[in-house]
Design a protein around this ligand. Structure first.
Ligand SMILES: [Zn+2]
Length: 411
């Protein structure tokens, strides 16, 4: 019953967009304002007190007895361009439906709950991702406010235009000691749950990510007059590396390594490639393992280059440390998954989430929901009503078990 309500709410929210015919909502856009109004209304119906901060984060709070801690539940309400309707939205709407269900049953929780709809996670309007959760956790820096959008508006100007007052990045919304943790429900955006035939799974960590470019240099030459033995072909060296990286990571799960782009500057059909640039993206739930894999892959690239009379250089472009989930919160979530689904599965998130930023403030846990073909950031993104109902039951069960634990602890 509530599962169906959740499906209808996600459908309705999925129609709130800045672009006719497709779903796009970016930081403080008209669509985001309408989304906050819609979701804020649902929060009020569920008995939450609703406010919005200067950066457009939507915050619904369910009070409890004074002096009790607060559990944070949420995700982001912004989207990529031409998005699906589950990414982010699910993690905001599902907790509201769960709290409404508990309210109908007359269950009161022994701790306060805050449902958070972050205003920016996808880095579409401004290049810095996680602006919403950064503002909420007091991690927005003066330098971030100088970021500008495609029209040249700075982040500061956009925030001040929205709030109507001068913006000073705030302190964290809570003291660490006042919080129980942050739990985010999100579609998996990958194929593991589908492959294991499970509706939901529990995230153990958000993977460490390193990205950069390898530049292979050889010697350009005439494709007709240079004998094979006298060539120093940069692209052939890069090609050897692409297959080596695939083989290397395949033998070391949960490591993943991807060459996503190959570029031959001034390449031509009748010229031996003198230079080739490939991207390399390496991810692992453990920072040290990620660094070790990267060092070994670069070492292998050098060996390939030496044997072929080439040189190779490495230019790092991005590095995110791994974010481990809280063992205690994760175990509690897994207990509920087991109760509802029969068994639990632990999986690593290869993608970043608001939880990365929230982990600086409080312990985090994440529940992943199966999505069809692992597809996300696409209008065909789909999670079945049945799977959504399972996720909802897990959340309701989790809140009730956490209540019992919390009451026991406080004696
Ligand atoms: Zn997301």
């Amino acid at each position: 019953m509530s599962g169906l309500r959740l499906v209808h709410m996600l459908d309705e929210l999925g129609r709130v967009t800045d672009e006719p015919g497709r779903l796009t909502r970016t930081f403080l856009s008209p669509g985001m304002k309408r989304a906050n109004a819609l979701v804020g209304g649902w929060m009020r119906e569920a008995g939450l007190a609703v406010r919005e901060d200067d950066t457009g984060n939507l915050i619904g709070r369910l009070e409890s007895t004074p002096g009790t801690k607060t559990l944070l539940l949420g995700s982001h309400l912004d989207t990529v361009r031409n998005a699906g309707r589950f990414d982010g939205a699910l993690g905001v709407v599902l907790p509201i439906v769960a709290l409404a269900q508990l309210k109908r049953r007359g269950v009161t929780l022994p701790f306060a709950v805050e449902v958070l709809g972050f205003s920016e996670e996808e880095a579409v309007r401004f290049t810095g991702a996680y602006l919403g959760s950064k503002a909420y956790t007091g991690r927005l820096r003066p330098a971030d406010l100088k970021l500008s959008d495609a029209r040249g508006n700075t982040l500061r100007a956009v925030i001040e235009e929205h709030s109507g007052r001068r913006y000073t990045p705030p302190k964290p919304a809570h003291k660490r000691s006042d919080l129980l943790g942050y739990v985010e429900v999100h579609i998996e955006q990958g194929p593991v749950l589908e492959n294991r035939k499970l509706a939901v799974g529990v995230v153990s960590a958000i993977a460490s990510q390193t990205r950069g470019r390898l530049i292979f240099r050889g010697r350009a030459g005439h494709a007709g007059t240079t004998p094979m033995a006298l060539r120093r072909d940069a692209l052939a060296g890069a090609a050897e590396f692409v297959l080596l990286a695939e083989k290397y990571a395949s033998a070391r799960a949960p490591l993943v390594a991807t060459v996503g782009t190959i570029n031959v500057p001034s390449g031509a059909a009748n010229v031996i490639p003198g230079e080739t640039v490939v991207s390399l993206d390496v991810r692992h739930p453990n920072d040290a393992a990620c660094r070790r894999a990267l060092t070994q892959l670069i070492g292998s690239a050098r060996k390939i280059a030496r044997r072929r009379g080439l040189t190779v250089g490495w230019q790092p472009t991005m590095q995110h440390q791994a974010t481990p989930c809280s063992p205690a919160l994760t175990a509690a979530l897994a207990r509920s998954v087991k109760a509802v689904q029969g068994k639990s599965l632990s999986l690593v998130s290869g993608a970043g989430h608001d939880g990365v930023v929230m982990s600086a403030l409080t312990p985090i846990a994440m529940l992943f929901v199966r999505c069809r073909d692992g597809l996300s950031h696409h209008p065909d993104e789909y999670a079945s009503p049945k799977d959504l109902a399972v996720a909802l039951r897990v959340m309701v069960d989790f809140l009730q078990r956490l209540s019992a634990d919390y009451t026991d602890e406080r004696g």
